[in-house]
Design a protein around this ligand. Structure first.
Ligand code: PEP
Ligand code: MG
Length: 759
């Protein structure tokens, strides 16, 4: 039975279109369970109806036509009660309602089970039989299990708007809504323009060549044209873009330059494949290696390699290819996979927003869109880009919602919202260099979180006090081996050097959990509770020592370095790390030309494991400062995996217990006379920042794009009002109540526009 069930689920999930998948499902179930009919009804919440979507056994003509109210008949009852209904003779059931179109007169036995995903009834699945009997517990268990497995497929299709496309649903035409993942905040309106790739590596048929020398020249020429194109694109980028964005194009250039890529392609040409096929074979191999990595950031690198290779391929096949044309009216770029180079190619005055059918918040496109201030929606999985082509689109980069072909009134209202948003942004920008002081003169210090170069941000925004969290793992993740001491030294030194008067807090390597290194594979059942952060680097002191030496060497002549340890749980970890840091310090001192001027950098720990909260006084004896990692602290306090979409609604830093712990930490830190910062996402959230300030936190560290916003919030309120707000929310029972309460506070202080943005 289990094998049959698995086979059915596998076959159905392999069928791309929902209609076809459901038809396949009912046929397979009918056969496997040896019944006379199997049917699926899908819920339409707008109409409060369950619509017959597929059947094998009832009349085919009824598909898409029979619509059963949520409170009607036995089907409605299954949905309403959210439990299976097993009836010997359905015609005698008090809730039975006759629908002549389905032609079920001969069927007596009925078993229906709800299809539920994340507490929401998506539909009802039924089996029926002429014979009068109750289905066995095994049969019931089979159908219930199948329904739970199939729920995810339907939920996906539902989210993707596939149900809207599905003919069987026979939806009226008009505005349609689909949801993706917010990639960059903001609202935008424009015509959908799909990026059609003329040639794609993935669709190329492998071919052998006749003339090796010709193919090598064709490949090299194509690389040169692509290199010039990428260079032109990068020169066309706005000068004010952050360095990490410019670094994307440097990486493209390096990829083109990568001897290994070129060498491998030419090796394949020498093996007899033509230039295009050789490129395809090498790139697919590279991309597969990146895709196999667990870390989403590294997976995204596969997209970059393929994007670049598609450009090279275009020039191999057509060296005189013409530049792409764009409409001369506001548009929203739609593509299966939007890449940084596509964005750079679009005319910036007309490009309003982007929709990347695949991709995530880590995609370069999302990063670039955020830097360009263009709303972006990512990851709408299997929706067809053509569905959005040449249609008016409204995109909401805060929530991830897309409205296709809105009603005129809806479009007018959206335009109004865009204007209001623009107005708010202008006001925020105008004050971005003003100090972060509340209306009642309370001074707050804002810092930036980063993992890449930061010179630009620090130079541009004089209001930024320094780097509150430099995630050193990012450069480690971008490399295919542990970066040597000299490379680390150069990177760290360039950062310390760029802002010698601003504190730079560098965190020692924090990998493991959701941040594996390709060259340090870790297979664990519970990675977040496993070998991560300081646990790894203390077990592998050679990694720690190299990094410590690089940091300490980099800080010679500077006084702005602070070193911070991640994932600390026990005092002995701090003592051991300190011992290693001291060893590194003495080694560097011995090698130094000016040993007497050298000073040991300040040392701090991240407070992200709840256990440390109860030993703060002991930790304070060993360290100079604390920094709260509210992302992990929330995850560990609430026992919710921060990356698991199934429990994402439970992951909430506004949980009263999280707030209580945050309050406890800051109160203790003051008593212990230790500076304290919050460097988790909560600090960059308007509602979070207000509560943290009220608790007594004076240093908040956040992503660069949140700084201006939080500065505006602080400048718009009084400390004493935020303290009253905190006292009120501490009386509330659950996270959503807290969030709503704080949002209302923000609205009454004229910060309503940020409530959406902070969500
Ligand atoms: C945190 O846990 O809050 C934090 C800042 O660290 P990371 O998100 O890098 O784990
Ligand atoms: Mg953390």
């Amino acid at each position: 039975m289990l094998t049959t069930l698995k086979q059915i689920v596998q076959e159905v999930s392999r069928t791309p279109e929902l209609d076809a998948a459901l038809n396949r499902l009912v046929t397979l179930v009918k056969k496997a369970m040896e019944v006379d009919s199997c049917s699926i009804y899908l819920a339409n919440y707008d109409k409060q109806q369950l619509i017959l979507a597929a059947t094998n056994g009832l009349d085919q003509g009824a598909v898409g036509k029979v619509r059963i109210g949520f409170y009607e008949g036995v089907i409605g009852l299954v949905g309403q009660r959210e439990e299976p209904l097993n009836i010997e003779n359905v015609h005698q059931h008090p809730h039975f309602k006759h629908y002549p179109e389905v032609k079920e007169e001969n069927y007596n036995a009925f078993l229906g089970t709800p299809i539920i995903y994340q507490r929401k009834v998506l539909g009802v699945m039924t089996i029926q039989q002429t014979q009068m009997r109750r289905f066995s517990p095994d049969e019931e268990a089979f159908l219930v299990t199948l329904a739970t497995q199939i729920a995810l497929e339907i939920a996906n299709a539902n989210m993707l708007g596939e149900l809207i496309q599905s003919e069987s649903m026979a939806q009226p035409s008009g505005p349609q809504m689909v949801n993706g993942v917010p990639g960059a905040s903001g609202l935008a309106m424009g015509i959908g323009v799909t990026w059609n790739q003329q040639v794609l590596l993935s669709t190329l048929v492998n071919r052998r060549h006749q003339n090796e020398a010709y193919e090598i020249i064709a490949y090299r020429d194509a690389v040169e044209i692509t290199r010039a194109e990428v260079k032109a694109l990068s020169l066309g980028l706005d000068e004010s873009l952050p360095d990490d964005i410019k670094a994307i194009f440097t990486m493209y250039d390096q990829l083109l330059d990568a001897n290994s890529l070129g060498r491998e392609v030419e090796k394949r040409i020498k093996d007899g494949w033509n230039a295009a096929t050789s490129l395809k074979l090498v790139v697919e191999d590279y991309a597969a290696r990146f895709k196999a990595m667990q870390d989403p950031y590294m997976q995204e690198r596969a997209v970059d390699i393929i994007d670049l290779s598609n450009r090279i391929l275009g020039y191999i096949l057509n060296p005189t290819k013409k530049p792409r044309q764009f409409p001369d009216k506001p548009f929203i770029l739609v593509a299966d996979e939007i890449t940084a180079s596509m964005l750079a190619e679009c005319p910036s005055d007309m490009l309003q927003g982007v929709i990347s059918i695949n991709g995530s918040q880590n995609s370069h496109a999302a990063i670039l869109a955020r830097a360009l201030g263009i709303p972006a929606i990512m990851g709408i999985a299997s929706i067809l880009p053509s569905l959005l082509d040449q249609k008016t689109l409204l995109i909401d980069g805060y929530s991830g919602a897309i409205t296709i072909s809105p009603e005129p009134q809806q479009a007018r209202e959206f335009k109004q919202l865009i204007a209001e948003e623009q107005n708010l942004n202008d006001r925020i920008d105008a004050l971005s260099n003003e100090p972060s002081i509340t209306l009642d003169h309370h001074d707050m210090h804002l810092y930036v979180n980063t993992g890449l170069v930061v010179k630009q941000e620090l130079a541009d925004n004089t209001n930024i006090k320094g780097v509150g969290l430099f995630r050193t793992e990012i450069p480690f993740m971008q490399s295919d081996h542990f970066p040597p001491e000299q490379a680390q030294y150069e990177l760290y030194r360039s950062i310390l050097q760029a802002s010698p008067d601003k504190d730079i807090t560098m965190r020692t390597l924090d990998v493991g959990g959701d941040k594996p290194l390709s060259y340090l594979p870790i297979v664990e059942d519970n990675p977040f509770l496993g070998w991560r952060g300081i646990r790894i680097t203390l077990d592998q002191p050679e990694i720690f020592l190299v990094q410590a030496r690089a940091m300490i060497r980099a800080s010679e002549d500077y006084t702005n370095l602070q070193i911070m340890l991640p994932m600390i749980t026990t005092i002995s970890e701090v003592k051991e790390a300190k011992r290693l840091l001291q060893q590194a310090f003495f080694e560097v001192k011995e090698e130094s030309n000016d040993p007497h001027s050298m000073m040991m950098p300040k040392l701090g720990i991240m407070l992200e494991v709840p256990a440390v909260v109860y030993q703060l006084p002991k930790f304070a004896e060993h360290v100079d400062f604390f920094s709260v990692g509210s992302n992990d602290l929330t995850q560990y306090l609430l026992a919710v995996d921060r990356n698991n979409p199934r429990v994402s609604s439970l992951y909430n830093s506004f949980h009263p217990s999280v707030l209580a712990v945050l309050q406890e930490i800051v109160t203790q830190a003051y008593q212990l006379n230790r500076p304290i910062t919050v460097c988790g996402e909560l600090a960059g959230d308007p509602a979070g920042a207000v509560l943290l300030m009220a608790m007594g936190y004076e240093k908040l560290s956040m992503n660069a794009h949140n700084i201006r916003k939080i500065n505006w919030v602080i400048r718009s309120i009084e400390l004493k009002h935020s303290q009253q707000l905190l006292a009120d929310v501490m009386m509330l029972d659950n996270p959503n109540e807290v969030k709503t309460y704080v949002d209302t506070f923000l609205e009454t202080h004229g910060l309503g526009g940020l409530v959406r943005a902070g969500a």
